[in-house]
Write a protein that binds this ligand. Structure first.
Ligand code: AMP
Length: 414
């Protein structure tokens, strides 16, 4: 978390003049002090300004837009839909909907999550709810478009449009969908735009869809300060044994392991299960119900370890993750920040360990450039064999993994 807003006694939610129901919701959620992004964004949303919020997940950005929107709805109900929140993934949509439900518990505000993968019965329920006009809709782009195309969504009085994780939407190819959705909405709405990164493509999008926005920047591309980050220099065939030795007999009830490919997620989970851990894998091969079941087991601590592809790295809010493991170095340096951001949520502390194999050293050094500091590198214990030497400036080919050097095969190296 950044320290740009000092936590003085007057940095309280009461400074915003929220309605009683919003304050009660905050109390029941246990929120006492606004995070920096909340302090900076809430007053502008209350004024009805367009906002660009550049903030990684874990900074409290969801409440930064939900709270003032709920306050405004509690002051002025409109006919039809008041607010549309668009999320790139179902998981994030579910997450937002859950926070929304918590904050609006004491308010007369209705909400409806709509995202893909639901059955015909649910679809019909959603269609009816939309026609009747709920206050807040949380949706993924594709599903929202299919309803908008049917011309049944009462959006003419829409007050707020929120685009959350906009950079992820761009990565997933949703820009056309977003522009299409906006074409159905009234010009008069307020637009709140959140993105963890601000590359030129995102800037271009903001200039197309926002009106004279206020821009708030919070610690972009830097992992939260409470995260202890460590890296290990390893060969691929040392990773599972190393992980097992690092976590055995330690009090780590909730471990999230990231890998970039779903086949790898499956095989890592299998290997860890063989080592005796309670482990599950989550990736795009699972349907929504299966994913939710796995996430629930992980949240409830029935599953100690979850092996995930990057589907999970953004936006998903699972509390108190004790350890995040990058089983491989993420290809996109920004993904590193998102992955390790799963631990140390909102002011807590956590640990993130990254395994760097012999061909990933250069990629890891790009991550260090992005975050602006070097991460301490360790080697596995001796019984696992020698570690690769550290030389990130050396270009190594990924080649065929069968022909990669094995521990002990030091031929050809300095
Ligand atoms: P977000 O960045 O919106 O995903 O929020 C990250 C986590 O911080 C979530 O678990 C929130 O419930 C929590 N959180 C957000 N704002 C606050 C706050 N002001 N006080 C305590 N926890 C918060």
């Amino acid at each position: 978390m950044t320290d740009s807003v000092p936590e003085t006694s007057d940095n309280k939610f009461s400074q915003f003049g929220f309605s009683e129901g919003v304050m009660q919701g905050l109390e029941s959620m246990g929120f006492e002090t606004p995070t920096p992004i909340q302090s900076q964004i809430i007053p502008h949303v209350l004024e009805g300004r367009d906002v660009v919020g550049c903030a990684q997940t874990g900074t409290g950005k969801t409440a930064a837009y939900l709270l003032p929107i709920l306050h405004r709805i509690s002051q002025l109900h409109v006919d039809g839909i008041n607010t549309i929140i668009i999320s790139p993934t179902r998981e994030l949509a579910v997450q937002i909907a859950q926070q929304l439900e918590g904050f609006s518990y004491f308010l007369n505000v209705s909400s409806l999550p709509i995202y893909g993968g639901t059955d015909g019965f649910e679809w019909e329920q959603q269609r009816k709810a939309l026609i009747n006009g709920v206050d807040v809709v949380v949706a993924t782009p594709g599903k929202l478009i299919s309803f908008l195309n049917m011309d049944i969504v009462p959006v003419k009085n829409l007050q707020h449009l929120v685009l959350d994780e906009a950079d992820k939407m761009l990565d997933m190819g949703f820009v056309e969908d977003i522009m299409r959705i906006i074409s159905y909405l009234p010009e008069t709405k307020t637009t709140l735009f959140f993105s963890a990164t601000m590359p030129p493509k995102i800037r271009d999008l903001t200039s197309r869809i926002l009106k004279n926005p206020i821009e708030v920047n919070i610690a972009v591309s830097k992992p939260a300060e409470g995260i202890l980050q460590v890296a290990y220099l390893v060969y691929d065939n040392q990773k599972t044994k190393l992980l097992s030795s690092l976590i055995k007999n330690r009090d780590l009830p909730s471990i999230l392991i990231f890998t970039s490919k779903k086949v790898k997620a499956k095989s890592i989970a299998k290997d860890l299960a063989k080592e005796g851990f309670q482990v599950a894998d989550i990736h795009s091969d699972l349907d929504q119900r299966e994913r939710e079941k796995v996430l629930l087991g992980f949240r409830n601590r029935q599953i100690q370890m979850l092996v995930a592809t990057d589907v999970l790295s953004r936006g998903i809010d699972i509390e108190n993750i004790s350890l995040v493991v990058n089983y491989d170095v993420p290809r996109d340096a920004e993904d590193y920040v998102h992955r390790v951001g799963r631990t140390a949520r909102a002011e807590q502390t956590g640990i993130a360990i990254t395994f760097i194999n012999d061909i990933e050293q250069q990629a890891f050094s790009s991550i260090e450039k992005l975050i602006g500091y070097e991460i301490r590198k360790q080697v596995p214990p001796e019984e696992l064999g020698p570690a690769p030497e550290y030389n990130p400036s050396l270009r190594r080919s990924s080649g065929n993994s069968r022909f990669r050097r094995k521990p002990g095969a030091r031929k050809g190296r300095k």
